[in-house]
Design a protein around this ligand. Structure first.
Ligand SMILES: [Zn+2]
Length: 195
């Protein structure tokens, strides 16, 4: 415990954690989804640039998540079917993406398992174009071309590819998703057996 100083005349040093008007998360979101520069953010919030650099260094995991959302956004922006998301903007797209469960909306396979199954160094499964390792943006309604928060979910490559524009969401869930999950889980359990 710190002892209180006896004299009021003596300067006292109170250690306190600096509370910035912006935190690491908000900085990274503004910088990466709203394309705001370090300088602008530093000026707006009167925050020293080294603090921003520190947050950049510390924010590796969050940066990766935001960059993935940006990639999905950038891949489709400018197309008619993406207009629903595009109107919301990159930041809101990230917020939507972040809140999506990280397992396939159809078969339920966890993304962490997909990463192990499609791992580039020791793939149990592989696709020619390197797909499979992460969940993909999938449109639920096959009659609608629309990418929007209402019509989109995250799905594994196999479900996405299989469902295509042929099979309805209900039919896919009923007839195929359970088999796909069983297939992926079986493959995954074999990885663990070989360890
Ligand atoms: Zn799936």
């Amino acid at each position: 415990m710190r002892k209180l100083k006896k004299s009021f005349l003596e300067p006292t040093y109170i250690e306190m954690e600096v509370k910035w008007p912006i935190d690491k998360k908000e900085f990274l979101i503004q910088h990466l989804t709203e394309d705001r520069s370090y300088q602008d953010i530093s000026d707006d919030y009167s925050i020293p640039r080294p603090q921003l650099s520190q947050w950049w260094e510390d924010g590796l995991e969050l940066r990766a998540e935001i960059k993935r959302a940006n990639q999905l956004f950038n891949n489709r922006k400018g197309t008619d079917e993406f207009i629903g998301f595009e109107k919301l903007g990159k930041r809101n797209f990230y917020e939507w993406f972040k809140n999506q469960p990280k397992n396939c909306a159809y078969c339920g396979i966890e993304e962490s398992k997909l990463q192990e199954l499609f791992n580039a160094d020791t793939p149990t499964l592989k696709t020619k174009r390197g797909r499979g390792k992460v969940l993909e943006l999938e449109r639920r309604d096959t009659d609608s071309n629309e990418y929007s928060p209402k019509n989109c979910v995250l799905a594994c490559y196999i479900c996405n590819n299989h469902k295509s524009d042929l099979i309805s969401e209900t039919d896919h869930l009923k007839y195929f998703a359970p088999a796909i999950k069983e297939y992926l889980d079986t493959k995954h359990s074999k990885i663990n057996d070989n360890r």
